[in-house]
Design a protein around this ligand. Structure first.
Ligand SMILES: *[C@@H]1O[C@H](CO)[C@@H](O)[C@H](O)[C@H]1NC(C)=O
Ligand SMILES: *[C@@H]1O[C@H](CO)[C@@H](O)[C@H](O)[C@H]1NC(C)=O
Ligand SMILES: *[C@@H]1O[C@H](CO)[C@@H](O)[C@H](O)[C@H]1NC(C)=O
Ligand SMILES: *[C@@H]1O[C@H](CO)[C@@H](O)[C@H](O)[C@H]1NC(C)=O
Length: 370
């Protein structure tokens, strides 16, 4: 009898364990548009809301997007999963014909969904070159076979043209924590965890090569080498950690600093003084608005980022983009300065390092991506 019970329990826990891991495949689109897109995000630092102007050079604008559905019957959308913000929005069927950025994408129609619940409050998200404006609605979100009922998201009536017209994704799902979200709304990750749809309140991001994926509820050991190196989240309301030191080769370029892990930023952004030191150490020269470095193969040193007691190097193939300047091939830095006291570790870093975002233990795990 006991044996049967044990077997049954083991069987049940297996069933639940497999139900509570949600895998969402991610696809990549490279954009070679010459124009530059400025995105910004609202972040809070010590209670003060700041507006970060994040530079996405579209030379290197790799969009990593996945699919979700909203409503019943399902309406499908491609979305960016953004660890740097907490709000979720989709273009609305009610956006005017005059808004081409909205018309270029799939639109959510609440009249077609039996599970739609009106909210009606307005929202505005400010971006560096414009904004997203609309109103809040509630519906069931479908993600990787799971259902998330009563999820509050934004229906966008206005999408700023320059930033959103040519992107592949329709909307954005914020994976940040509550403090950054609209007042009195529960952001995606918190709702997912509160409704006990996950084994653990954790998600993991793998961007290196196909099949790329984001895993909710755990991590995928086949996607990284060695052990995960865990460090505490440094400021609980953002997915951030502390960098102890940064250097190029053996030369130090920066000291202790906070860093935000941000899937919504293509590049790595560093504080001004660190950037200045980086440019000097790499003998970078300004040309057509880009910092160009000499890059005969293998000639550039690693940028070493010390996190906890472990070094996470970025090699030149991670931090250099090859572009045409005046029709000649040139190597430009995929690292940009930020007018703040912290780093932003965007996709360039996250491609190299598998990252576990653990809300249960308030920690971040890093390991070299396979
Ligand atoms: C780049 O994007 C801008 C703005 O969306 C668009 O007007 C332009 O035609 C695009 N250029 C190329 C080469 O695709
Ligand atoms: C939505 O996506 C699902 C799953 O990928 C697919 O089976 C379905 O056909 C899609 N529906 C529409 C209307 O595209
Ligand atoms: C939204 O869906 C309703 C119900 O199916 C339909 O009557 C309406 O035309 C749709 N709106 C648009 C703008 O497509
Ligand atoms: C929301 O915005 C619309 C127009 O964009 C306006 O007519 C309406 O009064 C606003 N509602 C609230 C509650 O502010």
């Amino acid at each position: 009898m006991l044996r049967v019970l044990c077997f049954l329990l083991a069987f049940l826990s297996l069933v639940f364990a497999t139900q509570k891991i949600l895998k969402v495949p991610l696809y990549v689109r490279r954009s070679f548009n010459e124009s530059e897109v400025f995105l910004a995000r609202s972040a809070t630092e010590g209670g003060e809301t700041l507006q970060l102007q994040l530079l996405l050079q579209t030379h290197n604008n790799m969009e990593y997007y996945g699919t979700i559905a909203m409503g019943n019957p399902r309406q499908n959308f491609t979305v960016i999963f953004d660890t740097g913000s907490s709000n979720t929005w989709l273009p609305s069927v009610n956006c005017p014909m005059s808004n081409s950025a909205c018309q270029n994408h799939r639109k959510y129609n609440s009249s077609r969904s039996s599970s739609y619940i009106p909210d009606g409050r307005n929202f505005t998200l400010r971006y560096g070159s414009g904004m997203v404006v609309g109103y809040l609605s509630k519906d069931t979100m479908h993600i990787a076979g799971a259902e998330l009922p009563h999820f509050t998201f934004g229906e966008s009536l206005f999408l700023q043209h320059f930033a959103f017209s040519s992107v592949k994704f329709d909307g954005l799902v914020g994976l940040g924590l509550g403090v950054l979200s609209w007042s009195n709304t529960t952001p995606f990750l918190e709702l997912l965890c509160a409704q006990r749809l996950l084994e653990k309140c954790v998600f993991s991001v793998y961007l290196r090569r196909d099949p790329r994926e984001i895993v909710f509820g755990g991590f995928d050991e086949s996607k990284f080498e060695g052990k995960l190196h865990y460090v505490p989240v440094s400021q609980w309301h953002t997915w951030s950690l502390q960098i102890s030191k940064s250097s190029v080769g053996t030369k130090q370029i920066g000291g202790k600093s906070n860093a935000i892990l941000d899937t919504g930023t293509s590049l790595v952004l560093v504080p001004q003084q660190t950037y200045h030191n980086l440019l000097n150490t790499l003998s970078a020269k300004l040309q057509n608005g880009y910092f160009v470095v000499a890059c005969k193969s293998g000639s550039l040193p690693n940028i070493n980022i010390l996190i906890g007691d472990k070094v996470f190097p970025l090699t030149s193939s991670d931090y250099i983009m090859e572009v045409l300047l005046d029709r000649k091939p040139a190597c430009v830095l995929a690292i940009a300065p930020i007018n703040r006291g912290f780093w932003v570790l965007g996709d360039i870093f996250l491609r190299r390092y598998y990252t576990v975002f653990d809300a249960t233990e308030k920690r971040i795990g890093l390991a070299k991506a396979k």
